[in-house]
Design a protein around this ligand. Structure first.
Ligand code: KIV
Length: 271
């Protein structure tokens, strides 16, 4: 029996044990009740209520506009659906940077109002005070380094991060600082696989990669991307496990034809 299959409820300790036992951690995003229910019952280890909801749910170009109230709403919907997975909630842009008291207040709201199990923040040493202050309330924190989409206007593009030595060294130092501060895990987004491997080996906490190669301790994808519901987004790291876009398109077209031709509803579909 694996560590994951033994866990009736996944906790931050389960993830730590999985790293130690060499078992890969699975993580996907969810933002609503119906899909979170399916994802949880399929056996995922971690559900991330990502601020990618800003793009996927609200149609924004970036994650910057999503608010703390929006994130709390999505997390409430997800939390009601989940029996087993660890639910991690993204702290949105503006809810934790530069003011550790604001960070603590935001994290407490998330935990109190949603029933989520942990929060995720983007950044390294520059947000360490916020991370430490959140932890004073006993709230588990997941870090996020590499491509951090809340800083898109600083980076200018969504291209791979930390390819140059200076940025790679900063990432390694940031990862160590996050571990030392007490983060239970770190997401690495869009960084070279070699760097992700090296940092993963140097850390004792689990790393979760997205576009960071196979040597991270786990992997995460945005659910709507891997299900083929977001057609205009196809980075190299994305594997599509279904083409729900096609399935939905043909189902909706069939429904339109059936209604227009009075084929739906039929004798058995009425009262
Ligand atoms: O918001 C999100 O979906 C994320 C993942 C890309 C890790 O942060």
């Amino acid at each position: 029996m694996t560590i994951a299959s033994r866990a009736k409820k996944v906790t931050t300790h389960t993830l730590q044990e999985m790293k130690q036992g060499g078992e890969k951690i699975t993580m996907l995003t969810s933002y609503d009740y119906s899909l979170a229910r399916l994802v949880d019952s399929a056996g995922i280890d971690v559900i991330l209520v990502g601020d990618s909801a800003s793009n996927v749910m609200a149609g924004n170009d970036t994650t910057i506009p999503i608010t703390l109230d929006h994130m709390i709403y999505h997390a409430q919907c997800v939390e009601k659906a989940v029996d087993r997975a660890l639910v991690v909630v993204d702290m949105p842009f503006g809810s934790y940077q530069g003011d550790s008291k604001n960070a603590l207040d935001s994290a407490i709201r998330i935990m109190k109002e949603t029933g989520g199990h942990a929060v995720k923040l983007e950044g390294g040493i520059e947000i360490i005070d916020s991370i430490k202050r959140i932890m004073t309330a006993g709230i588990p924190v997941m870090g996020h380094l590499g491509l951090t989409p809340q800083s898109i206007y600083k980076f200018g593009t969504y291209t791979v991060r930390a390819k140059e030595e200076l940025e790679a060294t900063k990432l390694l130092n940031d990862a160590k600082a996050l571990e030392e501060a007490g983060c239970f895990s770190i997401v690495f987004e869009k960084i070279p696989a070699e760097l992700a491997k090296k940092v993963t080996e140097e850390l004792t906490i689990p790393t979760i990669g997205i576009g960071a190669g196979a040597e991270c301790d786990g992997q995460v994808l945005v659910l709507h991307d891997m299900l083929g519901m977001t057609k205009d987004f196809s980075p190299r790291f994305l594997r599509r496990y279904a083409d729900l876009g096609e399935i939905i398109d043909s189902a909706v077209k069939k429904y339109i034809i059936d209604v227009r031709s009075s084929d739906f509803p039929n004798e058995n579909e009425r009262y």
